[in-house]
Write a protein that binds this ligand. Structure first.
Ligand SMILES: Cc1ncc(COP(=O)(O)O)c(C=O)c1O
Length: 475
């Protein structure tokens, strides 16, 4: 049974070898390739796929992890992992996850995990204060931004529950697909998500929002919610939050902010003004597993009036009934979100906020913003790259236009950049993803790592030039 319950000495041995692996991993990170070409078959071939009747030793398990898992993973902690909206994780949080699993707290209700629940309520309240929300606001940690958007839209629907007729929700056409997915899952219907036009900076145009709401009212629909972005996934655009609040008030809509990517940038002095009005939203989704640099999975939803969310989620089953306790101790997270069993996500958030402190986190986010601006300025000063969207936060969209393509068609430039992206990813020194903006293909990067430096941004452009030269000459 020792694999189920090792002795204290064995545990120390296991720990030593795991910590050694971690130290080596982080020590060699910069020298690793972010990604490499690999195939599903190659990975499967390296794994013993037979159903394991008899167990193996811990050092053998660790060897498989070291040799067959680590090299065949994308190295998300690498300073030039610019793809998607990918956090690097941090050793502090890896330890927090280890301790959370050690305690194996299950944060359903207060009585099931008293101190962990208090820690979650405390960290949620710190996040509430960071955002500037009202003192009564509250919320909980969920698996990620998609689940946070889902929970908030469920609450928004609850607020308009008594309305007969087809509900309608509004969001800019740059909004993350998790919003329409939530509308589908909640029975509102994807077709009842109305996409509002954006301006040249990819921000919602509020006159189009008003026009769409007015037309829908005339046609007998029930507008109930507007989703504003605090950092779109494609370009990092922050919608005009104050104006959207005014429109929401005028038409009595719930205002939800999707700040999954961008909202924590409020910690950076230079970006703070972009978020004015965010604190007046009815709900907000934001992801500690994005710009608080934490490992997945930890998203967060905050409701201005948690009681509305309670009406959407509370469920009275006999086995969940809380008997004979005071209000604070009768608290149940399951009343405010979709999950019952919940891991101790708050521990890593608390360790990060308490251990690192807001000043250092703000400085790290500020440095990420500076990296994106530096890339933009280098692109603008070059004659072989061009920006496809302005930089608002830490996302940059651009493309490579080498001399021989300068008079090429838009389609030829798109095709070249598509090939370049795949070649760059396989090369492994830097990693970007892509976006389509105004019908044009863009290389897209997002700086979301406290390790990334200005020098990394220079290396990225050098990598693109080097890899671009190895591609067949475009015509
Ligand atoms: C703006 C935005 N909203 C929602 C999400 C979904 O977040 P998650 O992947 O945590 O579910 C993302 C993911 O990148 C995002 O950028």
């Amino acid at each position: 049974m020792k694999m189920l319950e090792p002795s204290a000495d064995e545990l120390l041995d296991w720990g030593d070898s795991v910590i050694q692996l971690m130290a080596n991993y982080f020590g060699e990170l910069r020298d690793r390739r972010v990604y490499r070409q690999m195939s599903s078959g190659e990975i499967r071939d390296g794994l013993d796929t037979a159903l394991p009747r008899k167990g193996i030793r811990f050092d053998e398990l660790l060897k498989i992890f070291r040799e067959n898992i680590v090299p065949f993973s994308r190295q998300n902690a690498h300073p030039r992992m610019f793809g998607y909206v990918q956090s690097p994780g941090t050793p502090l949080a890896a330890f927090a996850d280890l301790l959370a699993s050690t305690l194996n707290a299950n944060l359903t209700v207060w009585r099931s995990a008293p101190a962990p629940v208090e820690l979650e309520r405390l960290t949620i309240d710190w996040i509430r204060q960071i955002l500037g929300f009202n003192a009564e606001a509250g919320g909980l940690f969920v698996s990620g931004g998609s689940m946070a958007n889902f929970a908030a839209i469920a609450a928004a629907r609850q607020a308009k529950d008594s309305s007969p007729g087809r509900l309608r929700i509004y969001a800019s056409n740059e909004t993350h697909f998790s919003v329409s997915k939530a509308a589908a899952l909640l029975g509102i219907g994807r077709e009842n998500v109305r996409y509002v036009a954006v301006d040249e900076r990819f921000k919602m145009q509020t006159d189009d929002l008003v026009a769409k709401i007015t037309a829908d009212l005339k046609a007998g629909y029930v507008p109930f919610c507007v989703v504003a972005n605090a950092g779109t996934v494609n370009t990092g655009a922050v919608d005009p939050l104050t104006e959207i609040r005014e429109v929401a008030d005028r038409f009595q809509l719930w205002m939800h902010v999707d700040g999954s990517y961008g909202a924590f940038a409020i910690l950076a002095e230079s970006a703070r003004k972009l978020f004015a009005g965010m604190e007046r939203a009815d709900s907000i989704a934001l992801d500690p597993h994005k710009w608080l640099y934490l490992p997945v999975d930890v998203g967060c939803v905050i409701y201005r009036e948690p009681e509305i969310a309670r009406a959407a989620f509370a469920h009275e089953a006999e086995y969940t009934r809380i008997i004979g306790q005071e209000a604070d101790e009768a608290f149940a997270f399951w009343d405010y979100g979709p999950e019952l069993s919940r891991r101790f996500r708050a521990l890593k958030v608390w360790m990060l906020l308490k251990g690192v402190g807001l000043d250092s986190l703000g400085a790290a986010i500020e440095s990420n913003l500076a990296c994106a601006c530096y890339l933009e300025s280098m692109v603008q000063a070059s004659d072989d790259f061009e920006m496809v969207a302005p930089v608002e936060l830490s996302i940059f969209c651009f493309r490579h236009v080498p001399a021989q393509l300068r008079n090429g068609s838009s389609a030829a430039i798109d095709a070249f950049n598509e090939r370049l992206l795949i070649a760059l990813q396989r090369d492994g020194s830097s990693y970007l993803s892509n976006a389509t903006l105004g019908g044009r293909f863009a290389l897209r990067g997002c700086v979301l790592n406290y390790r990334t430096t200005l020098r990394d941004m220079e290396i990225l452009l050098d990598d693109l030039r080097r890899v671009g030269r190895s591609l067949p000459t475009p015509n």
